[in-house]
Design a protein around this ligand. Sequence first.
Ligand code: PFF
Length: 452
Amino acid sequence: MSVKSSGQFSSRIGFIMAAAGSAVGVGNIWGFPTQAASHGGGAFLLVYVLLIIVLGYPMLMAELMVGRHGQSNPADAMGKLGSTSKSRNIGKAIGFISIVTATLICTFYSILSGWFISFAAAPIAEVMGQPTIANWMTDFSVSRNLVFTVIFMALVVFVIRQGVQKGIERWSKRLMPFLLLMLIAGAIYILTQAGAMEGVKALLIPDFSRVTDPDVLVGALGQTFFSLSVGTGAMMVYGAYLNQQENIGKLTAYVTLTDTTVAFLAALMVIPAMYVAQHNGVQIFADDGSLLNSDTLVFTVLPALFDSIGGISQYVLAMVFFTLMAIAGLTSAISIVEVPTSYIVEKTTINRNKASLLVSAVITILASVIVFNFDALFGLIITLTTERAQPLIALGIAIFMGWVWHRDGLLSAIAQQDGVDENSFFWRVWPTYVKFICPLLISVIIVQLFFG
Ligand code: PFF
C-alpha cells in the first residue's frame, strides 16, 4: 500500500500549512528562546539565521524532493535513490534510523507539549476556585507530567485518525494565524514593561566572540534541523503527499520563513520577558550568569508576563496562549507519528488507524519511562536526537541526494515542476550545493562537537 492511501494534500496552501504546522511547534516557543538565552542571545540568533539559510532551507528542500520522488515511507524513499543493492540498503538504513529518531523525538515532545496543556488548564482551575488543582497543574511533578503526556498523545491519536486532509490540514490552517497574532501582541506588550530593553539588547546585539564557540554552533545546528523537522523523515512523508508539479523551492521558502519568523517573535517575547521577570524579583540567572532551570524557563517567564496584566484577562490570555502552543505541538507531533506509521502501513497488513494507535502507544510508554527518570533521560534524549542523530541523518540525506541519486533522475524531478526553469541559476546551483557544500558544512560542525 502506498503512502498515498492516506490522501494527498487538497491544496497548495494546505500543504504549506501542514508543513509549517510540523515545523512550528514547541521547538520555536520553548526551544529557540531557551537555546538563545543559554547560548549568548545575539550570537546564537546570528548563527541560527545563517544556518537556516545555508543549511536548513536547502536540506528541507532535499528531504521534500526525496520524499516526493519515493512516494513512500522514508526508508524506502531513501532506498529508491540507489542504483545498486548495496546503495539501496544503505539508503534504507539511513531512512530507518530517521524513523527511530522521529519516534524518540516524539517521546520528549509529548512531555513538553503536555506541559503546555497543563498550563492552559491551570488558569481555568484557578478561575473555578480550585487553587490546589491549579498548583498541581503547574508543579512539574511525576503525576502531573504523566497525566498530561497521556492526554497529549490521546489528542494526537484523535486528530490522526481523521486522515491527512481532514485532520492535519484543517487544524493547521485554522490555528496558525492565531498563534502568530498572539506572539506579535505578546512581544509588543512585553516591550512596554520595565527591564525589557535589556532583553532586546541581549537578543539583538551579538557578542561576536561567541559566534565560533563550538557549543553555540552545535546548539544552533541542532535547533535548525529540529525546528524545520529535518533529518527525521517527517518532511519526506509530507513530500510523498505532494504532487510532482508543485514547485518545492517556493513551498520550502514559505515554510522556512514562517518557522523562522515564529521563532524570532517567540524570542522577542520570551527573552525580554525574562529580564522583566528578573526586574520584578524572579530569579532567572544563577550567580555565574547561566540560566537556572532552563527546561522550565518559559514556564516561569510566561506566567509572570500574564500575571503582570492582572484582572480576569490574565487568565483568559494565559489559557488562549498555552492552548495555541499545545496545538502547535499537536500539529508537529502528528507529523512525527506519521513517520513510523507510514512505515508500518506500507510494510505490514496493519491498517492506518491501528498503526497510528500502535505507534502512539509505544511513544506513550517510552515517554512514561522518561517521566519516571526525568533528570537522567530528558536532556539526554534531546541531545542525542537533535544534536547528534538529526545532523548525521541530514548528512546522509545530502550525500545520497548528491552522490547516489542518478543525476538524470534528479534533473527530471526538478523539470517536472510547474513554472520551473531547470536552467535557471537557482535550480542549477542547488543540486551542486547539496552535493558539496551541505555535507561539508554539516561535517565541519559535527567535527567541532568532538574536537572543538
Ligand atoms: N519542528 C518541530 C518544532 O520546532 O517544534 C519539532 C519537530 C517536528 C521535530 C517534527 C521533528 C519532526 F519530525
